[in-house]
Design a protein around this ligand. Structure first.
Ligand code: PEP
Length: 258
């Protein structure tokens, strides 16, 4: 009932030739039969979104941006709007990634993330809203409260009518880029909590919204995570930069798809 989505977050990696080559390799390994069962997306750096859209055309591989700015236009040097991302053919945008919440210069807060989610949808993009606890929050027993807060704040004023309005990504901060993934049980607990909270906030559409797991997902650990009932795919960083490993995760998603 929920079509799994495996999305690659390339972060600030690859060059133009490498981006085109990787998409070419993904095209070769992603058949129409697979595309009917599992959706695949890549999220390159902003300057490579248009070339990625061109390279992926006709393959069923969707393209997303890694961020946007919530204002429509104006004096916001260095930023890109939701309409611009849409204009070049992207369909997804990652919002509130933990590296933007916790690592990169101007640190994003939940209000900014909410404005971005709303701007994305208004422009016709599907936001991939990232939520997740830090190691200190997990050790302090605050994981579920953090998830509730980030989800609630992230979707305030954002009308949810269908699965195109939102994808959620549970990304425990301690698992991103560390090689240490959440256990399948930890992932399922967080995903089930997010779905229950989404149902409380938005109603039955929660059963159609996909909740991706992100955090050191690789072909070796993907199957046991993806087979959890509330895990509907992956947001994949490091392992999305090589066709072999990314397609290995897509195959694991295919094995769990109905
Ligand atoms: C990510 O960047 O969203 C991510 C999950 O990274 P990694 O797979 O490298 O942990």
């Amino acid at each position: 009932m929920r079509k799994p989505l495996v999305a690659g977050n390339w972060k600030m990696n690859l060059d133009l030739a490498g981006a085109r080559k990787l998409i070419g390799e993904l095209r070769a390994g992603y058949s129409a039969e697979a595309a009917a069962k599992v959706e695949v997306a890549v999220c390159p750096p902003a300057v490579y979104v248009l070339p990625a859209v061109e390279a992926a055309r006709g393959s069923g591989i969707a393209v997303g941006a890694q961020d946007l700015y919530f204002e429509a236009s104006g004096a916001f040097t260095g930023e890109i709007s939701a309409a611009m991302v849409k204009d070049v053919g992207a369909t997804y945008v990652i919002i509130g990634h933990s590296e933007r919440r916790h690592t990169i210069g101007h640190l994003e807060d939940d209000r900014m993330i909410n404005l971005k989610v709303r701007a994305a949808r208004k422009a016709g993009l599907t936001p991939i809203l990232c939520v997740g606890e830090t190691l200190a929050e997990r050790q302090g027993g605050q994981t579920l409260d953090v998830l509730t807060f980030q989800l609630t704040a992230g979707i305030v004023g954002h009308a949810l009518g269908s699965e195109a309005d939102l994808v959620l990504a549970y990304e425990p901060v301690w698992a991103i880029g560390t090689g240490q993934n959440a256990t399948p049980q930890q992932a399922q607990e967080a995903h089930a909590h997010l779905r229950a909270e989404l149902r409380r906030l938005a109603g039955p559409v929660a059963d159609r919204v996909r909740i991706l797991y992100g955090g050191s997902m690789k072909p070796e650990n993907a199957a046991e995570i993806l087979e959890q009932p509330d895990v509907d795919g992956g947001l994949v960083g490091g392992a999305s930069l090589k066709a072999d490993s990314f397609l290995g995760i897509v195959r694991a998603a295919l094995a769990t798809a109905t």
